[in-house]
Design a binder for this molecule. Structure first.
Ligand code: DAK
Length: 262
């Protein structure tokens, strides 16, 4: 359907591949536009988890497209930033979980798109960083906000102020990624995790994502109310009735059926 962003569904998992390998998958307006359209096209009845990765073996996303950005006026810069921020936020608040499978460079906007996903795993060749201040700009796609929340404010400040890249092992040590794999094992690991998510009760998974995301924006008293409401809503689902009835059924011969997403 598109050339800069590929989308494929296998089973209950959707694969989004940023596909500009000649520019190390740098994000230009066309990529951002296509990513937005791909997210709008995801069939949420059928797909239960997304995996985002980069085409080729060298790069996940090497940042926003510096060539395109270099000539922007203040107004155009704001419009480009908004386009990116809107689509990253769409990814972050997407109803189903999104796993970033980081296969190489994740710099600037690349690190930022990975941080907009729910879960990050990476290959041993991954390199993370926010090099923007070396280009005379601040991180613009949420890097100042998400990195500080994901690692620690002190570590985020160090990475952003020094513009220094880090390798996979350091990204793991500071909690930016959940796991590191040899490159050839990265996609199988992402697929295994996605399949593990897809077989759980989908409405409960979505509600858990919403509870975590929304709860992190407010204080604990409000957050716990958000959880209570989403927890309560699960009791209107057939999947809750089936899941609990299956557990309580003492017939050990019975095989668990897939959840119906109802
Ligand atoms: N943009 C455009 N092209 C890029 C690119 C990028 N970010 N990164 C790589 N490329 C292109 C290279 O220009 C080269 O193209 P050709 O010369 O072959 O035509 C091709 O990809 C291969 O790259 P290299 O030849 O450089 O490959 P190497 O292996 O030698 O080096 C590298 C790989 C990733 C270390 C290097 O390419 C590199 O340093 N790239 C730039 C990384 C970077 O600085 N990324 C951060 C970009 S800044 C905002 C919104 C968003 C942002 C900021 C503000 N607002 C408006 C609010 C975000 C900013 C960023 O992401």
């Amino acid at each position: 359907m598109f050339e800069n962003v590929l989308y494929e569904v296998k089973g209950q998992v959707g694969y989004i591949t940023i596909n500009r390998p000649k520019a190390l998958n740098a994000l230009n307006s066309a990529v951002l536009q296509e990513l937005d359209a791909v997210l709008d096209a995801v069939d949420l009845e059928a797909v239960r988890c997304l995996i985002v990765t980069g085409a080729g073996e060298k790069s996940f996303v090497a940042g926003a497209d510096i060539g395109e950005m270099s000539t922007l006026t203040k107004e155009e810069g704001e419009a480009f930033g908004k386009k990116g921020n809107d689509v990253f936020r769409k990814l972050e608040t997407f109803p189903i979980p999104v796993i970033a499978a980081v296969n190489g460079f994740a710099l600037g906007g690349g690190c930022e798109i990975a941080m907009s996903c729910d879960i990050r795993i990476c290959a041993e060749n991954a390199v993370f960083g926010q090099p923007e201040v070396g280009l005379g700009i601040t991180p613009g796609f949420g890097g100042t906000q998400r990195l500080a929340r994901l690692v620690s404010p002190g570590m985020a400040k160090q990475l952003i102020y020094t513009a220094k890249n880090i390798k996979a092992a350091e990204a793991y040590r500071i909690g930016l990624v959940n796991a590191v794999y040899p490159l050839e094992e990265l996609m199988p690991a992402a697929e295994k995790m996605a399949a593990g998510i897809a077989k759980q009760a989908p409405i409960a998974v979505r509600a858990s994502k919403k509870a975590i995301n929304d709860g992190l924006q407010v204080d604990m008293d409000e957050a716990i109310v958000i959880e209570e409401k989403l927890f309560g809503s699960c009791f209107e689902t057939e999947d809750q009735k089936y899941g609990m009835a299956f557990f309580l059924d003492k017939n050990k011969e019975k095989v668990k059926e897939p959840f119906q997403n109802k």
